[in-house]
Design a protein around this ligand. Structure first.
Ligand SMILES: Nc1ncnc2c1ncn2[C@@H]1O[C@H](COP(=O)(O)OP(=O)(O)OP(=O)(O)O)[C@@H](O)[C@H]1O
Length: 361
């Protein structure tokens, strides 16, 4: 590289559909104090992957997803989509590239005065595609979401799930390679949420889409994502393969999200029925997350022997993320405080995740 060439990072690898690096975005706030919506966010989304970004309200998720198609421009950082530096594009080229990036919204954003078919045709009209070409594209998109028979209906005549199907069909009509989903299921009931998530997954498989979705629900991530990034205060605090993040969460925020999702609560009334600790000993309630090769029973009996503890199993269940099973168990540990601490450390060495349970829970 010559001395005079300004430094630009290497473009994304061919299998990387979206590369965001070092994104910063501030918004002016009240009293001259600005908000750091994005504070140095970097992530790579591989082609064909469903990548979830999870975080509480205000974490910066919407700002981040809107940076992918530059509806929001970062103050600094790099945005590569399908190997192309989005920030280097002129207005016309950017409008063109945006057609390859479909977007699905929480509140569907349908035009109430247009029929379902005309809503789906809308982005094609904007793109200047002639009417004769639009009709088959609309039919194709509606068929993909299973709503062909509703082509002539108006949004007010549809259920929430059907409205979101129209929203998805509209996003698919320009035949994008990337789909951005902004809380796409947050306005839907649990059953319809499952239906829409299943649809998104099938569409990814069928159309070889790359999907970037944002959500405040870890259950959505557990259901369909391959990878996840956890955001807090404008930063990614943890990211990785969904199974890894669920079974070996590192950051306290991730642990809280997971606890809310897979239910760390001990069954009601259980604690009051447990025997008290003997004098000089402690009773501690623990949640243990098992994944991988270590068998639950062998680990618990071994820990009991090694650390001279009584370990009572008070609840347990098996769950799965994708095809991979994991076990979640609540234990009451009785013994000397130092021995309980040592057992927890040993569980950790075996790759199990141990979380203390609040006795009042
Ligand atoms: N246009 C804006 N003007 C001023 N502040 C903004 C703007 N957009 C976002 N913010 C602020 O930036 C921070 C991140 O907002 P953002 O909407 O990206 O978070 P989020 O994780 O998507 O939250 P939510 O789920 O509530 O939408 C928040 O503090 C928000 O108030």
């Amino acid at each position: 590289m010559s001395q005079t060439t300004s430094h630009r990072p290497a473009p994304a690898a061919p299998d990387c559909a979206i590369r965001l690096s070092g994104l910063h975005r501030r918004f002016p706030g009240r009293g001259g104090v600005s908000t750091k919506a994005l504070d140095g966010v970097s992530l790579d989304v591989a082609a064909g992957e469903i990548f979830g970004i999870v975080g509480r309200s205000g974490a910066g998720k919407s700002t981040l997803i809107r940076c992918v198609n530059l509806l929001e421009r970062p103050d600094s950082g790099e945005v590569f989509v399908l190997g192309e530096d989005m920030l280097m594009l002129g207005d016309r080229a950017l409008r063109e590239r945006r057609r390859g990036i479909g977007m699905v919204f929480q509140h569907f954003n349908l035009l109430s005065s247009r029929t379902v078919a005309d809503n789906v045709a809308y982005p094609l009209e904007i793109a200047g595609i002639p009417a004769a070409e639009r009709a088959p594209r609309v039919a194709e998109a509606l068929s993909l979401v299973g709503l062909s028979e509703k082509a002539g209906a108006y949004p007010a005549q549809l259920s929430g799930g059907q409205k979101q199907r129209v929203g998805i069909a509209r996003a698919l009509a320009p035949r994008p390679r990337i789909l951005l989903c902004d809380e796409a299921t947050s306005a839907l009931d649990p059953e319809t949420t499952q239906e829409i998530l299943g649809l998104i997954k099938r569409l990814r498989d069928k159309l070889d889409l790359t999907v970037l979705l944002i959500t405040h629900e870890m259950a959505v991530v557990k259901e369909i994502c391959d990878q996840v990034a956890v955001m807090e205060a404008g930063q990614v605090v943890e990211q990785g393969r969904v199974f890894e993040v669920f079974t070996r969460p590192q950051h306290p925020t991730t642990r809280r999200f997971i606890a809310d999702t897979i239910g760390y609560a001990v069954p009601p009334g259980t604690v009051s029925r447990l025997p008290a600790a003997r004098p000089g000993e402690e009773r501690r309630l623990l949640q243990v997350l098992f994944a991988g090769p270590n068998s639950t029973r062998a680990v618990i009996s071994e820990a009991s022997r090694r650390f001279e503890l009584d370990l009572d199993i008070i609840s347990g269940r098996i769950d799965a993320i994708g095809e991979e099973p994991f076990g979640l168990m609540a234990l009451a540990a009785y013994g000397a405080t130092a021995q309980i601490d040592a057992a927890i450390a040993w569980f950790g060495e075996l790759g199990l995740t141990v979380t203390p349970v609040n006795e009042g829970a």
